[in-house]
Unconditional design. Sequence first.
Length: 299
Amino acid sequence: MNPNKKRLRRTMMFLNAQKPGLIKDPYIYKPDSIMLDLEDAVAENQKDAARFSLYHALQTIDYRGCERVVRINGLDTPYWREDIRCAVAGGCDAIRIPKTESAQDVKVVEEEVEKAEKDFGRENGSVLIMAAIESARGVMRALDICEASERLFGIALSGGDYTKDLQTHITGTGVELMGARQNMVIAARAAGVQCFDTVYTDLDNMEGFRQDVETIHLMGFDGKSIINPRQIDIVHEIFTPSQKDIIFAEKVVREIDDKKAKGIGVFTVDGKMIDIAFYDGAKRTIELAKASGVYKGDL
């Protein structure tokens, strides 16, 4: 399995692949991933120019460890195959499929990615896939989509198109997204892949943004798509374990390891009743702290 499949992805920042000023140095803001967009951000008559810009950016810019995901055009357009070839040839890390509605959509893209890897001398399996879910049909088929390919590292909600399909609109409360969000998280967890939330477009309402991020963190998401560097710090703060969380997780892991060896199944840590069911969650907290660069312990 590609070791990057489980990498840290708290933030995935959208950038217009056609604009050199945007894609030349986004790593300075330290998002975990960048989304180089060939789809909605690029006008119909500028697709070739955007691919040219994308290829040379991927070939020449050192993104300093920032994951490079390319959003291709929809499978109902004449552009997506050439988008994949350009992105894979350039050296991208992953392809994002827009408007995914079935496992077959993922399989079709997987086949083209494999061909491109072979044609351009990339290692087989080196390019990952993620699927954007933007419709009611896609939400209902989320588990099938998550299980469609070993290359697929995660799914992402696209709230604008989804709410149009639902015949409502983005309200800022999150009510209209709640069903899709929970269904997608459940599907992702069942399949063992990651799940990412939609963008928050009101850049003047940072308090509303913080509340939105806190909500999706509590729901179980792995991270959030973003559209502006100002949003990065808030997402990283909320999705990075606090020192209090880390210390408690360490105590849980050490106590369970100790008590398990002594045949003790239930005990207390800091006044809370703990059993073996808490072990995996505590280990995940520590692994996330390590990946976020804030762990100072020795577990």
